[in-house]
Write a protein that binds this ligand. Structure first.
Ligand SMILES: NC(=O)c1ccc[n+]([C@@H]2O[C@H](COP(=O)([O-])OP(=O)(O)OC[C@H]3O[C@@H](n4cnc5c(N)ncnc54)[C@H](OP(=O)(O)O)[C@@H]3O)[C@@H](O)[C@H]2O)c1
Length: 295
């Protein structure tokens, strides 16, 4: 099938951008479980998503584009907003345009940081944007531009608090610090959803296999906790005493970018398309840590 209109057919040819990143690596594994799929995985040095012509060339011939490439340095983005915008908004737009031409579905990963995080209820998929940081603004703009360029073939999958085997993350950092210090001091005034990249990758595949071709969904593990609660669970899984994790607040840990205080994402979108949401964050963390890959 040439230039297959994957919008109506079973996708078999996948392109992963940002394939060297934490999520990109787990997407490669998730897609490799089924030999019926062919996967092109391009790391940054193989495809720079800010290059529109290179995107068009790379996307051609694929049915699905999984955009795991992003400028993810949240604090640095405050002083490099142009660069964050170029990659997170311009790159998403390049891939959406190329996907529209190729008849491919684009999965654009986004973030809870598109919301202010001031609410008390989980954010629904259609809640209005109110980003409080440069990174959040760039990701919100990426969502807007991708949808505008390819309305019938863009799936926005928002996620949060990612950890995984192949990248620096909170689980790895807390594991190292706990082993070094035997105690941790962690903020307890930000609420969110720790999410294992492997679960997100598997949910992405389930979603595509179920025939989803556009819309917005929330790809986070279920439930919610604080960074303090997350750290307590990590210490418990290391065989330590969770009481050694001391609570503090964000004011004591001032950072350049504002973080949402409550950015828990609602999962109603999954039921609307007949799929179960991702499992609870604690079960995912327990399984991830049982593999012993965080140190
Ligand atoms: N990590 C989180 O907690 C979190 C939370 C919410 C949403 N997300 C979203 O989830 C997605 C995956 O995040 P992640 O944690 O896997 O990020 P990551 O590990 O930082 O991976 C991102 C990858 O994109 C690459 N990249 C950067 N600029 C690029 C460009 N111009 N062209 C091509 N590749 C480029 C990076 O390469 P270099 O390393 O060489 O720069 C890196 O390999 C992103 O959309 C992110 O915004 C992440």
């Amino acid at each position: 099938m040439s230039a297959l209109n994957a919008l109506n057919a079973t996708p078999t040819r996948y392109l992963i951008t940002g394939a060297g990143g934490m999520l990109g690596r787990d997407l490669q594994s998730a897609l490799s479980h089924d030999t019926g799929r062919s996967v092109t995985a391009l790391a940054r040095n193989e495809l720079d998503i800010t290059d529109a012509a290179a995107c068009a060339e790379a996307v051609a011939g694929h049915h699905v584009v999984l955009n795991a490439a992003a400028y993810t340095a949240v604090d640095d983005a405050e002083t490099h907003e142009d660069m964050a915008m170029l990659i997170n908004a311009g790159g998403a737009e390049n891939l959406a345009r190329a996907s529209a031409v190729a008849g491919a579905v684009l999965v654009q990963y986004s973030t809870d940081y598109v919301f202010a995080g001031e609410g008390i209820r989980p954010y629904s998929e259609d809640a209005p944007f109110a980003p409080g940081s440069a990174y959040g603004r760039s990701k919100a703009e990426g969502e807007r531009r991708a949808r505008a360029a390819h309305p019938d073939g863009t799936i926005v999958l928002r996620t949060a608090w990612l950890y995984g085997e192949h990248g620096p993350n909170f689980v790895r950092t807390m594991t190292r610090l706990y082993r070094e210090l035997g105690t941790l001091t962690v903020i307890d005034d930000q609420h969110g959803q720790p999410t294992w990249t492997r679960d997100l990758a598997a949910q992405t595949v389930r979603m595509l296999d179920a025939g989803v071709r556009s819309g917005t969904l929330h790809g986070t593990n279920a439930g919610a906790t604080t960074w303090h609660g997350f750290a307590r669970a990590i210490v418990e899984n290391l065989g330590g005493d969770p009481a050694t994790v001391v609570p503090t607040n964000s004011a004591q840990f001032a950072r350049p970018a504002r973080r949402p205080a409550n950015s828990v994402l609602a999962h109603d979108g999954w039921a609307r398309i007949g799929l179960a949401p991702m499992r609870g964050w604690r079960a995912a963390l327990d399984d991830a840590m049982a593999e012993g890959v965080f140190g």
